[in-house]
Design a protein around this ligand. Structure first.
Ligand code: ATP
Ligand code: MG
Length: 210
């Protein structure tokens, strides 16, 4: 009996591990989504989709999409939902590796995007498993973004645009916190402290879900 139970538990574990595991990393601009995504990739071997990186790549290559994206990003505004959702769907379809599971970094940023993501994943027999919310207070966010602007030269990391991005975050993106709390998917993580300590907290909680 005990042997049978152990075998079942083991098979269940394998089954769960073989299923697509999708993580949304969520937080305000500068909350550390990109930094912690790197740690998540190393640990869980998931496919990383950073919508900010996808858009910046288009801007760098001077594509038509890049020109449209630049006009919104440089103003601290979001790319319209329809366009953003189709960009994300293309990335999912173009990369077989997304089937093993994805870290969504910078998406969704609106309730409409969250609903679209739910549908897109359901069509692929999957779902958002957990939303990791990095919580950092606003003064710290502004300090980090100004510092990053000096190092990276990103056109949206200047004080004027940072302030606009934070307003957009409060108006359009932060309602997602309640949305995912009501879906029982939100995992609050303190986003201040050392990168290692933040990740250790995050990992301990994610491992409980695997
Ligand atoms: P972080 O510093 O935590 O990585 P961020 O807000 O500084 O976050 P990105 O995620 O790289 O930076 O996004 C940069 C910009 O790209 C956003 O301000 C927005 O204009 C655009 N963008 C990125 N993702 C989306 C999205 N899902 N919907 C609409 N616009 C987006
Ligand atoms: Mg980023």
């Amino acid at each position: 009996m005990l042997l049978l139970h152990c075998k079942c538990a083991f098979l269940q574990f394998i089954y769960k591990r073989n299923k697509m595991f999708n993580i949304v990393i969520f937080g305000a601009p500068g909350s550390g989504k990109g930094t912690q995504s790197d740690n998540l990739i190393k640990n869980y071997g998931l496919f990383h989709i950073s919508t900010g990186d996808v858009l910046r790549d288009h801007i760098k290559r001077g594509t038509d999409l890049g020109k449209i994206a630049d006009s919104f990003i440089s103003q601290g505004q979001l790319i319209p939902d329809d366009l953003m959702v189709s960009i994300l769907a293309n990335v999912l379809d173009a990369n077989e590796e997304t089937k093993k599971g994805v870290i969504f970094d910078g998406f969704p940023r609106t309730i409409n995007q969250a609903k679209a993501l739910k549908t897109m994943l359901a069509e692929r027999g999957a779902k958002v498993n957990v939303v990791v919310g990095l919580e950092v207070d606003e003064d710290e966010l502004i300090d980090r973004l100004i510092k990053r602007g000096k190092e990276s030269g990103r056109s949206d990391d200047n004080l004027e645009t940072i302030k606009k991005r934070l307003i957009v975050y409060h108006n359009q993106t932060s309602p997602l916190r309640d949305y995912y709390i009501s879906e029982k998917k939100y995992l609050r993580v303190q986003g201040t402290g050392s990168v290692e300590a933040i990740f250790a907290n995050m990992k301990a909680e994610i491992d409980k879900l695997l």
